[in-house]
Design a protein around this ligand. Structure first.
Ligand SMILES: [Zn+2]
Length: 593
């Protein structure tokens, strides 16, 4: 792997618009460290408009600085994880942020005792227009905010209530050991979760099957332990929901995300009505891949490979052409990002793996890639640029507080770009093999993001509700609930292994209750937006307005700007029609072999 010094500057990050240099960072850090203590001057004064406004302005100013300090330290530490220098910067800022949160923890309880009339008055007041998200949250959460004494007690439980999740990750990353797995020649192969991902893509059917089974079985050997830990976490969620006067953990999770329960229920209902599409996909794959039977261990297997590799400069050009439909200013900003060294492109020694986008309020975005030139890398580039553009538009048009968008909306702009890229590649495909490749890419995303995540969501809901209703629950019951869901989602034609009943116990997201459904609604929203843009049902201006709206309203209201209405089942129907169309296209294509 190359050293950073071997990479041309134009492909490496510059952070000059954040801080001129490390000294500048340190100077700003000192200022920030002193400013946080001023927050406590407002203790007991938050019943008067003028004081509230000054407090909000101060918090805004401090947060803007903190974000820039944090992102500088975090990004630079990712460029060389072996160098402790920026790790030290990072822990310094993290420590101060914790302190800042402690100092400002009185603000919400003190605002929540204000009466609704007064809160409404401020919500309508132009002077407070930069802070509507805070006021909206306070007003909404009042019913569920408890007395100062109980709030204090509840926040103290945080020190041990997060243990279920850390026990799981310590087990998964440290204690869990996999047995060797045999390949088709009888050779024993080393096994780990990352090796499993390689084996599952191997042309060796025996290796795929053995790796798949061992991936589950390794967790099955700790079945009782993992079940108790997970159920402990579910009981913890139920405890907090009850303490905060919610009827269920689901209600509580959706409440803070500002999403209605009908969205969740309609997702599960509509996915279940369309499971035949999921099953049809595996049938077509079986034929195209020339398999005798489609097994769960074949999910990641794809014998079709693209011959083309992409240079980074070419990749930027392709992405810009694919996104041309979003207008000149959108594409120009991407070129600007690329020229102004906001994208750190290539893998280098000790650079963090993966890809991400990040941006401090009122600054410019940064994208980290590990680009080696595959189509996946191209897709990742388009994806991360989508995050960047969402932040850029929201930042340009909203205040610091109102510009942050919620998780429910976070994966939409990124997947819109991925779909547009896929569509562009499909239109420019040279032969049917390439067409099959691109359609399969899209449908595989639909399987893992819509069908699989909804199956997870379904599982979570059943387990949480059993715990909340004090119904019988045991390791066997949890396993069989999961196994039955897999049977239902994959149908009779896919070969299901008994070991899959342990799969639930290796999913880290279950320790973050009712999170996964947002992946599904995100992709469903993106499909709707692309369809609406292509058909002219909405204009590019509508889409930009959506991207510019931050968190100025509840997410499902903001989605109405792009004609995606989750008060109805329409978005689901539209998405499944689109998926069905792609399935028909795939089914009509014949590959060379
Ligand atoms: Zn993303």
């Amino acid at each position: 792997m190359k050293k950073r010094s071997e990479i041309q500057d134009k492909y490496k990050w510059s952070f000059e618009d954040y801080f001129k240099n490390d000294d500048d960072w340190n100077k700003n850090f000192e200022q920030f460290s002193n400013e946080i203590y001023v927050i406590s001057d407002f203790y007991g004064k938050l019943s008067e408009k003028k004081q509230i406004l000054s407090c909000f302005r101060l918090i805004e100013k401090i947060s803007i600085k903190a974000e820039a300090l944090y992102i500088y330290a975090n990004c630079l530490s990712n460029l060389d994880i072996s160098n402790p220098k920026y790790q030290v910067y990072l822990s310094k800022i993290e420590q101060k942020l914790t302190e800042k949160n402690e100092i400002s923890s009185f603000i919400e309880p003190q605002l929540s005792v204000l009466d609704d009339k007064f809160l409404d008055e401020m919500l309508k007041d132009k002077e407070f227009s930069d802070f509507t998200k805070i006021l909206r949250d306070v007003k909404k959460s009042k019913k569920h905010t408890l007395s100062e004494e109980i709030e204090k007690l509840l926040s103290a439980t945080g020190s041990f209530s997060s243990n279920f999740s850390s026990i799981f990750s310590n087990f998964e990353d440290g204690d869990l050991k996999y047995n060797l797995v045999k390949n088709s020649k009888g050779k024993d192969m080393k096994m780990s979760s990352s090796l499993a991902m390689i084996y599952l893509q191997s042309p060796d059917d025996t290796l795929r099957e053995n790796a798949y089974k061992e991936l589950q079985q390794a967790h099955g050997r700790f079945n009782n332990f993992l079940t108790s830990n997970y159920l402990g976490s579910v009981r913890k969620d139920a405890f907090y929901a009850k303490a905060r006067k919610f009827n269920s953990s689901l209600e509580s999770a959706l409440f803070y995300e500002e999403v209605g329960e009908n969205v969740y229920n309609n997702l599960v209902k509509n996915v279940e009505e369309n499971l035949h599409l999921n099953q049809k996909y595996f049938e077509i794959k079986k034929r195209i891949y020339g398999l005798k039977q489609f097994k769960l261990s074949d999910l990641f297997f794809c014998p079709l490979k693209l011959k083309s590799k992409y240079s980074y400069d070419n990749a930027i050009n392709i992405v810009c052409s694919a996104l041309a439909i979003l207008g000149d200013d959108y594409v120009d900003y991407i070129k600007f990002m690329s020229e102004k060294r906001m994208i750190d492109v290539f893998p280098t020694e000790n650079k963090a793996s993966g890809a991400y986008e990040t941006m401090a309020t009122k600054k410019t975005p940064r994208v980290l890639l590990n680009f080696v030139g595959t189509f996946n890398d191209l897709s990742t580039l388009a994806h991360e640029l989508g995050h960047a553009m969402h932040s850029v538009y929201s930042n340009k048009h909203q205040s610091a507080v109102n510009s942050g968008y919620t998780i429910f909306l976070a994966e939409i702009a990124s997947t819109v770009n991925e779909i547009l890229l896929n569509d562009y590649m499909l239109k420019n495909a040279k032969n049917s093999d390439e067409k099959i490749y691109f359609i399969n890419q899209f449908l595989s995303e639909c399987y893992s993001t819509i069908f699989r995540q909804t199956m997870f969501a379904n599982f979570e809901e059943i387990i949480h509700s059993k715990i909340e209703k004090n119904e019988d629950i045991s390791t066997e019951i949890v396993n069989s609930i999961y196994f039955d869901l897999v049977k239902k989602y994959f149908g009779k034609k896919v070969k299901i292994f008994d070991e899959v009943k342990y799969e639930w116990s290796r999913i880290p997201h279950f320790y973050n209750e009712f999170y996964v459904y947002k992946y599904a609604t995100g992709l469903i929203s993106a499909i709707n937006i692309v369809k609406n843009l292509m058909s002219g049902k909405i204009s590019v201006q509508n889409y930009k307005k959506f991207l510019s709206s931050g968190c100025t309203d509840v997410p499902t209201e903001l989605l109405k700007i792009v004609d995606v209405n989750f008060d109805t089942e329409e978005p689901f129907k539209t998405a499944f029609e689109y998926i069905e169309g792609k399935l028909k296209m795939l089914n009509s294509l014949k590959n060379k072999k």
